[in-house]
Design a protein around this ligand. Structure first.
Ligand SMILES: Cc1cc2nc3c(=O)[nH]c(=O)nc-3n(C[C@H](O)[C@H](O)[C@H](O)COP(=O)(O)O)c2cc1C
Length: 359
C-alpha cells in the first residue's frame, strides 16, 4: 500500500493543522522509509532534453517546498521528473513572524509571506552533499533556487557567494528576484539593475563552475509586470544570454471573488487564482523572445490540462507547489498520464512538439 492510497485520509488531518505545521510534518514523512509511490515517472514521449540534461518527465516541484534540500529522495518517489530546492540564502534566517502561510481552500489557493526562512547555505550544502553521495541515485534532476538575505544591501554579493559555494552541485540554478516578501527584491527585475547583476552572476559561474559543463542559469520572474516591463526584461535576458526563465512566482493581485478575510492577508497568492495570469505571462514572453529562451511554466497547475496549456503557451517544462497541497502525491502521475493522452489526441509523437503550439 502506498502513501498516496492513504492520502485522502491524511489530507483531512493535515487540513486541520496550521499550514506550516502540516508542511513540516509532510517533509518529515518524506524522509521516512515509507512506500511513498512508485518513483520517477519515465516515458520516452515525455522525456525532455534541455541544456544537454535529461529530464525523465516534464513535471517538477516548484521552489519553496524543500527549502533546505532535506527530502529530495522522498520527493522523487512521488514521481516528479525534477525538483527545485531552496530558496537558500547565504546566512540562515528566520523569515517573517508566524502565521505566514494561509490556505484559501475554497479557491484552491495559498497566500504566503514567509520571507525565505531557511537554515543557510552551509547546512544546505551538507544536506545536498548527503543526497549526492547516495547510490544509486534517482534519475531526476535537481535545480537550486538562490536568493539574498533580507539585510543584504549588495545583492550581487549574495548571489555570487552562493554560486561559488553550491553552484557546481546543481543541475540548474535559479536566480530568484521575484519573491514578494523580501523588501526590494523585485526591484532587481528592473533592467537597470538586472543587466549588471546578470553579468556578475554569469562571470562568477565561469570562475566557480568551469566552462565544460556549468549549470544553466535561469531567472524567476513575477507575474505582476506590465507589458512594457516584461518586454524590456525579455530583451535584457536575450542580450545577457541567460539560459532559461521561470514564469511565474506568486502574485500580489487579489481577484474580487476571493473571500475578504483570505484576500486581506499580505503576501504572494498562488494556486488556482494565479493560473491564467502565469499562463498569459508565458505566452507573452515566448512571443517576445520568439521561443529563444526555454521557459519553465508554474502557477496554478492542478491537472494535465493545466500543464498542457502552459506547454502550448511556450513552456518546455512545468512545476507546481499549491496543487500538491490540495490534491496530494497522486497528482504527479495524473498529470503525466494526461499529457500522454493529450499528445495522442493532437497527433504528437513527443511532448516537445506541443511546446509553443499556440504561436
Ligand atoms: C508556501 C510557499 C512558499 C514558497 N516559497 C518560495 C521560495 O522560497 N522561492 C521561490 O522562488 N518561490 C517560492 N514559492 C513560489 C512557488 O515556487 C511558485 O512559483 C508559486 O507558488 C506558483 O506555483 P503554484 O501555484 O503551483 O503554487 C512559494 C510558494 C508557496 C505557496
Amino acid at each position: 500500500m502506498t502513501l498516496s492510497f492513504l492520502y485522502p485520509l491524511l489530507r483531512s488531518g493535515l487540513m486541520c493543522l496550521d499550514a506550516e505545521t502540516a508542511h513540516a510534518l509532510t517533509l518529515k514523512a518524506l524522509r521516512m522509509p515509507l512506500p511513498l509511490g512508485s518513483g520517477i515517472i519515465e516515458h520516452e514521449k515525455l522525456k525532455m532534453i534541455l541544456w544537454d540534461r535529461v529530464f525523465p518527465n516534464p513535471v517538477g516541484l516548484a521552489a519553496g517546498f524543500d527549502k533546505n534540500a532535506e527530502s529530495i529522495q522522498g520527493l522523487f518517489k512521488i514521481g516528479f521528473g525534477f525538483l527545485e530546492v531552496g530558496t537558500v540564502t547565504p546566512r540562515p534566517q528566520e523569515g517573517n513572524p508566524r502565521p505566514r502561510v494561509f490556505r484559501g481552500a475554497k479557491n484552491y489557493a495559498v497566500i504566503n509571506r514567509m520571507g525565505f526562512p531557511n537554515e543557510g547555505v552551509a547546512r544546505f550544502k551538507e544536506n545536498f552533499s548527503h543526497y549526492l553521495s547516495q547510490k544509486p541515485r534517482p534519475k531526476g534532476l535537481v535545480g537550486i533556487n538562490i536568493g539574498m538575505n533580507k539585510d543584504q544591501t549588495d545583492p550581487a554579493k549574495d548571489y555570487c557567494d552562493l554560486i561559488r559555494t553550491i553552484g557546481s552541485m546543481a543541475d540548474y540554478l535559479t536566480i530568484n528576484i521575484s519573491s514578494p516578501n523580501t523588501p526590494g527584491l523585485r526591484n532587481l527585475q528592473d533592467p537597470e539593475f538586472l543587466r549588471p547583476l546578470l553579468q556578475m552572476i554569469l562571470d562568477e559561474r565561469t570562475k566557480s563552475c568551469g566552462s565544460s559543463f556549468p549549470p544553466p542559469i535561469l531567472v524567476k520572474l513575477a507575474p505582476d509586470l506590465s507589458e512594457d516591463q516584461l518586454e524590456k526584461i525579455a530583451e535584457t535576458l536575450v542580450n545577457s544570454k541567460i539560459d532559461g526563465v521561470i514564469l511565474t512566482n506568486t502574485t500580489l493581485l487579489r481577484p474580487d471573488y476571493l473571500p475578504e478575510n483570505f484576500s486581506a492577508e499580505r503576501g504572494g497568492l498562488s494556486g488556482r487564482p494565479l493560473k491564467d495570469l502565469s499562463t498569459a505571462t508565458i505566452r507573452r514572453f515566448y512571443a517576445l523572445t520568439h521561443g529563444k529562451i526555454p521557459i519553465i511554466g508554474v502557477g496554478g497547475i492542478e491537472s494535465g490540462e493545466d500543464a498542457y496549456d502552459k506547454i502550448c503557451a511556450g513552456a518546455s517544462l512545468v512545476q507546481l507547489y499549491t496543487g500538491l497541497i490540495y490534491h496530494g502525491p497522486d497528482l504527479i502521475g495524473h498529470i503525466n498520464r494526461k499529457l500522454l493522452d493529450l499528445c495522442a489526441r493532437d497527433g504528437y509523437d513527443h511532448i516537445s512538439q506541443a511546446v509553443g503550439r499556440d504561436h
